[in-house]
Design a protein around this ligand. Structure first.
Ligand code: HEM
Length: 406
């Protein structure tokens, strides 16, 4: 792929058309993952491709139709802590919705959530690079997500979008994520409202409509696909890298993501009870649907330049490309038109495993050079800054009022 002009390809309608056709080539198989594998062990077993959010969707559609969304967004900026009283002046049906949506499920386990925090503290360095380069780049080869993101309002300002999404990654790892003084419930409930807004608005976009095979975006199945690109993918990578994680910590980390799924409005019957169940579901819903789209290629192109946000960072475009190829494989790298990197590709393939093993005390010595060790360490450190930072100004996730400005 080296020497190949990405811009020329992006500018060429023919190539984009071919990519678009490719992304529609493999329709997903029917849903067979059973509710018995879920956190509640039971459910109606409906195919989640045809289930959306029956409470939030009509509510946000009606706020939107009445022109209430800007005022609601402004009021909700004041709501930042999980247990905080809701701002005065919210429409009563929205207040009722939020009061209900912010309740933890019966299966919430406080001890597990505390342990999940310990896990995040211990493994935070890996989480930055994984959320950024494994999950973030993977999102660009999830066709429905890539199209939805590209054609929605946030698609035109990826920096803002990633900052808001990074808030979720940051919040879930805090000590009090789901406690009254934490912020994760607020982030999830606001995101649930945002998704409902997207479901209302995107079908009105002629651009999304002509590119997407579905009539309504962000089904429950789509939500689980993205959930796997986050939780399941991160867990799989840590297992692959042989990071020694006690079983209880691994289960606690899963629990924090199960809670996130619930608070985002995903029905309990679709939320896997264990990593085994999650892997089984991901094999069915995530792996087979990964494909390139013109929108995803464009979003990946923007993400690759994201390291520029930090002065003097090691996360240059070539390094982000090499990390993406290392984590997601050659095929996805080719889809995203990421060139091969003669220095970084072999370096990662040879020394990343020993680097992790040495950091974890499994190996006594690191077999590479000091320089290689330093570079890997910098990658971890900078990735946290880039993809997992709290942000130095208040970030408020808001319900969109328009699609991508053309
Ligand atoms: C917005 C997280 C699934 C499409 C957001 C935001 C967060 C988020 C934190 C707020 C950021 C912002 O407003 O820019 C998640 C999580 C998911 C998930 C944790 C699953 C576990 C999906 C899926 C799709 C999707 C499956 C599409 C198929 C969007 C779009 C926006 C958005 C289009 C932004 C709307 C706009 O900017 O106008 N999501 N999301 N999300 N999400 Fe998701």
């Amino acid at each position: 792929m080296s020497g190949f002009s990405r811009r020329r390809l992006l500018a060429s309608g023919g190539a984009l058309g071919a990519l678009g056709a490719l992304s529609m080539a493999a329709p997903p198989a029917a849903w067979t993952w059973p509710p018995s594998g879920s956190v509640v062990g039971t459910g109606a077993g409906l195919d989640p491709r045809w289930v959306w959010d029956e409470v939030a969707d009509p509510l946000v559609a009606s706020l939107s139709e009445r022109g209430d969304v800007p005022r609601v967004n402004e009021l909700l900026r004041e709501w930042t802590k999980n247990g905080q009283e809701l701002p005065k002046g919210l429409p009563s049906e929205l207040r009722t919705f939020i009061e209900d949506a912010r309740q933890l499920p019966e299966w919430a386990d406080r001890e597990k959530l505390d342990l999940a925090y310990e896990f995040n503290e211990k493994r935070g360095l890996y989480l930055g690079v994984l959320y950024g380069m494994a999950s973030g780049m993977m999102s660009t080869v999830i066709p429905k997500e890539a199209r939805a993101v590209y054609h929605s309002y946030g698609g035109a300002n990826m920096k803002d979008r990633i900052t808001k999404t990074a808030k979720l990654g940051y919040d879930i790892g805090t000590a009090n994520a789901y406690a009254d003084d934490g912020e994760m419930i607020v982030t999830c409930v606001k995101t649930r409202l945002t998704h409902a807004g997207v479901r209302h608005l995107l079908p009105q976009s002629p651009h999304w409509d002509s590119a997407a095979p579905e009539d309504i975006p962000i089904s429950q199945a789509d939500l689980m696909v993205t959930w796997h690109s986050l939780a399941t993918t991160v867990n799989r990578k840590m297992v692959e890298w042989e990071v020694p994680i006690p079983r209880e910590e691994s289960e606690a980390y899963l629990h924090s993501w199960q809670m996130c799924a619930h608070m985002l409005g995903i029905q309990d019957e679709y939320i896997p009870a264990s990593w085994d169940e999650a892997n089984a579901q991901a094999d069915q819903v995530l792996t087979p649907i990964l494909a390139p789209t013109p929108e995803g290629v464009n979003l990946a192109d923007i993400l690759m330049d994201f390291g520029k946000e930090i002065d003097g960072t090691i996360l240059s475009r070539p390094v982000i490309g090499a990390l993406t190829r290392f984590m997601l494989g050659d095929e996805i790298a080719e889809w995203l038109m990421i060139p091969e990197e003669p220095v970084w590709d072999p370096l990662l393939n040879t020394f990343w495993g020993p680097f992790v093993a040495f950091r974890e005390g499994v190996l006594d010595t690191f077999p590479g050079t000091d320089k290689a060790y330093w570079m890997f360490d910098e990658v971890l450190r900078q990735a946290v800054l880039l993809f997992l930072s709290e942000g130095d100004y208040p970030i408020s996730i808001e319900i969109p009022t328009t699609n991508r400005p053309q």
